[in-house]
Design a protein around this ligand. Sequence first.
Ligand code: SF4
Length: 72
Amino acid sequence: MADGKWGNCKGCKYFGSQNPQPSGDEKSRCRQPELSKYELQVSGDSGCNAWETRTGVSGTVSPYQEPAPSVH
Ligand code: SF4
């Protein structure tokens, strides 16, 4: 299924939004062929390793990156 690339749903071609450039807090269905059977409702800031580049998204969207660890 996955090619190992992590990315946010808002930049993924399987994010069900009709918006050409979805926002991080927008929620929509995941239409990835192997995940769609679960009828997942995901937000633009969610993500997974089945991510594939969404066409029409400007160059400002970058693949998901792990946040830096916090210091307590
Ligand atoms: S859950 Fe994964 S495959 Fe589905 S829209 Fe988000 S990044 Fe894409």
